[in-house]
Design a protein around this ligand. Structure first.
Ligand code: URP
Ligand code: ZN
Ligand code: ZN
Ligand code: ZN
Length: 463
């Protein structure tokens, strides 16, 4: 039986338009858009969006639910993490499956399917982390691309864990260039960083702030430059994840000015937080340990500018939460033992709306960097990331005037602190539909573990 939902009276905002139109949803998809006085639609369910924005569900292209790191596991499961995503207006996540060292891509992918299947509140896809590039894993990349896992993360950081050498990265890029996959790079010079870590510890520098000092902006820029040139040699596109240093933005800008298909992602933590947070006393700085690290405040303006000039295209969260108690505390005596990562999947859409309020980006750019471009980049557009006939009805009714204070007391992420504790923002998610089904209904959770489906992604559409 067909079900129809009518969303009426709101302002529909996509990456390309802002239109005062009604949206008709039928059987989980957007059926039509029309001005209120031009249609005579009836529906089983009517959502009054007067005074509200009607926006596509957020697409968070970088999360790590239950990720093993430094002897512990990221605290959000696929169940809790996707529920928190929905609360924050995100209806698609792309998480990272990990190839075990000495194992195959298929083993890694199977393990992540196992963790996620039947548990997610919203739709999800996977990228593949390649931690062992060899003849057989290179061949397997083709199989993954044809089964909807079309992007591969390679690391110049974390020697002995995820690290690949330049030759391995080049080979993976060549393969992706041939099979339509996209290489994503974690660009920091991990070998040099490990030397600086050892030297800092030998000097007795053990506090969280030293994490930011040893992971130097220059070493992010150097690795960014290197992966750009490797991708140029391979004739393949490149997506650099979690860009935080202004010097790395400069590398991307120069390459893009030369016409290279290279793309950059940044994250809310780099736009709103800084080394001041890493320096918070009483080990509180550990809450902000992630890699690439937070940078001095002056980098923020360059990141905002990059988002406006399209030298950076995507804002993802790199959501990888570890509790302060028991997890971050593992590094009390040694900053290099603090598990790397921060919570944020629930906060991204609101923080970026605050950026609209603050004048950093326009409303349409908000939707572009948080919904449309990540969907395009990772082969989900126009099914996800926009509101257009035929698209999945992943739709958020957003109240642009509501005020909220971010806090661990009220958030839904399974982590005992908020990186934005006490931050006041304007704007709040009111209702969230995933394929037409309410997940959040007027600020009440209406979702279900297992509603979310695995998304077989197409090949990346470069923007
Ligand atoms: O600190 C971070 N970013 N943790 C997650 C793993 C990664 O490198 O993205
Ligand atoms: Zn990374
Ligand atoms: Zn990450
Ligand atoms: Zn309702």
């Amino acid at each position: 039986m067909s079900t129809r939902t009518l969303i009426t009276g709101g302002l529909v905002i996509t990456a390309s338009d802002e239109l005062p139109v009604d949206v008709l949803v039928e059987d989980g998809r957007v059926a039509a858009l029309a001005t209120r006085d031009s249609h005579g639609w009836t529906a089983d369910h009517v959502i009054d969006a007067s005074g509200k924005y009607v926006i596509p569900g957020g697409v968070d292209a970088h999360t790590h639910m239950e990720m093993p790191f430094g002897g512990t596991l990221a605290a959000d499961t696929f169940e809790t993490g996707t529920r928190a995503a929905a609360w924050g207006g995100t209806t698609t996540i792309i998480d990272f499956a990990i190839q075990p060292k000495g194992g195959t891509l298929a083993e890694g992918l199977d393990a992540w399917h196992e963790k996620a299947a039947g548990r997610c509140a919203v739709d999800y896809g996977f990228h593949m982390i390649m931690s062992d590039v060899n003849e057989s894993s290179l061949k397997e990349m083709d199989t993954l691309v044809s089964s909807g896992v079309t992007s591969f993360k390679l690391f110049t950081a974390y020697p002995g864990v995820f690290f690949s050498d330049d030759g391995q990265i080049l080979r993976a890029m060549q393969r992706a260039g041939a099979n339509g996959g996209l290489v994503m790079a974690h660009a920091e010079n991990g070998l040099a960083i490990d030397v600086l870590v050892e030297q800092a510890l030998a000097r007795g520098e053990r506090d969280p702030r030293h994490h930011g000092e040893v992971r130097k902006a220059l070493l992010e820029a150097e690795a960014t430059h290197r992966v750009i040139r490797l991708s140029q040699v391979a004739g393949a596109p490149l997506y650099v994840v979690h860009v935080s240093a202004q010097e790395a933005v400069a590398e991307l800008t120069r390459a893009r000015d030369d016409g290279l298909p290279v793309f950059g992602e940044t994250c809310p933590q780099y736009l709103f937080l800084s080394t001041d947070n890493l320096a918070e006393p009483d080990f509180e700085g550990a809450k902000y340990v992630c890699s690439t690290p937070l940078r001095p405040k002056e980098h923020q303006a360059v990141l905002w500018r990059g988002l406006r000039t399209n030298d950076l295209q995507v804002v993802s969260t790199d959501h990888c939460p570890f509790c302060f108690k028991g997890q971050k505390e593992m590094g009390r005596e040694d900053f290099s033992k603090i598990p790397n990562g921060m919570p944020g999947v629930e906060n991204r859409m609101d923080l970026l709306h605050q950026a609209v309020v603050d004048g950093h980006i326009s409303r349409r750019r908000w939707i572009e960097v948080a919904c449309a471009t990540p969907a395009r980049m990772f082969g989900l557009y126009p099914r996800k990331g926009t509101i257009t006939p035929g698209a999945d009805a992943d739709i958020v009714i957003y109240d642009p005037h509501a005020e909220q204070t971010m806090s661990a007391r009220t958030h839904h992420m399974n982590v005992d602190y908020s990186a934005y504790e006490g931050k006041r923002v304007t704007g709040r998610v009111e209702t969230v539909l995933s394929r037409g089904v309410p997940v959040i209904d007027q600020r009440t959770y209406a979702g279900r573990a297992g509603h979310g489906s695995f998304l077989e992604r197409g090949i990346c559409q470069y923007v």
